[in-house]
Design a protein around this ligand. Structure first.
Ligand code: 5RP
Length: 246
């Protein structure tokens, strides 16, 4: 546990540091986005410098790319390395089945592609993110082609869902534009009882590029809390081709 940062920052950092312990020499690592993963990227950089660890990172966003460069982590692409040993990312909510809502940082599409490219997908959160059922206080984000926004809004309405285009607030008028040049619609759902069903329904709408529902993807979740870090595991690492020296 790290003191002096307030418990939330200490919890985020604790979870991130645990996740980075999984990284071995020669690994290709997917680098997620957000404030929790920022600690993981810093820790990976520290290991590269102090242990001479050879790794290559695949960033999921402009933010992750800049952080990796700043911390001295060499980068590669999915074209050069289509299969990653590990991907580490944060989440906005984690339910009891390890399904996630991601995308409050608007990087959900690349995050999902990178996570799906990895033998092991590891999530790092603080304990405020744990819920029994997804939804409620956190919207389900979807990345949408700007041209398709009217159609997507209409189809969401037909499904009985309310959504709003995410706006940038301070620093820019108008919508948040993703690293892919698209917009984000935030869908209000009180309780996502069947995440796989909703994910499928949303992806069937023309113009929806990706959703922030990460269903059955996370293998390990490190949860930082006031008392330390807890590991929750799905236990199908071998199935996905992951070999662990531990
Ligand atoms: C970005 C994400 C982030 O992983 C998610 O928003 C968590 O961020 P943070 O660790 O800052 O709470 O999905 O698209």
């Amino acid at each position: 546990m790290v003191f002096g940062l307030g418990w939330v920052e200490g919890a985020k950092r604790g979870a991130a540091v645990e996740a980075i312990r999984l990284v071995r020499d020669g690994f290709i690592v997917g680098l997620g986005s957000g404030s929790t993963v920022a600690y993981a990227i810093a820790e990976l950089g520290r290991r590269v410098r102090s242990e001479g660890l050879h790794v290559l990172g695949v960033p999921t966003s402009f933010q992750a790319l800049e952080l990796a460069v700043r911390h001295g982590i060499p980068l590669t692409t999915l074209h050069e390395h289509p299969e990653l040993d590990l991907a580490i990312d944060g989440a906005d909510q984690v339910d009891s089945r390890l399904n996630l809502i991601k995308g409050l940082g608007a990087a959900l599409t690349r995050e999902k592609v990178v996570a799906a490219s990895a033998k092991l997908f590891v999530v790092v959160v603080d304990e405020r993110k744990l819920v029994e059922t997804l939804g409620g206080g956190v919207p389900v984000p979807v990345e949408v082609l700007p041209f398709a926004v009217p159609l997507v809004m209409r189809r969401l309405g037909e499904l009985g869902l309310k959504a709003a285009v995410r706006t940038a607030g301070k620093g820019k008028v108008g919508p948040v534009i993703t690293d892919n040049g698209n917009v984000i619609l935030d869908i209000k759902v009180d309780a996502v009882e069947e995440p796989a069903k909703l994910d499928k329904q949303l992806k069937q709408i023309p113009g929806v590029i990706e959703t922030g529902l990460f269903v059955d993807m996370a293998d390990i979740v490190y949860v930082g809390g006031r008392e330390g870090v807890r590991k929750i595991e799905r236990g199908r690492k071998v199935e996905k081709g992951w070999t662990d020296a531990d």
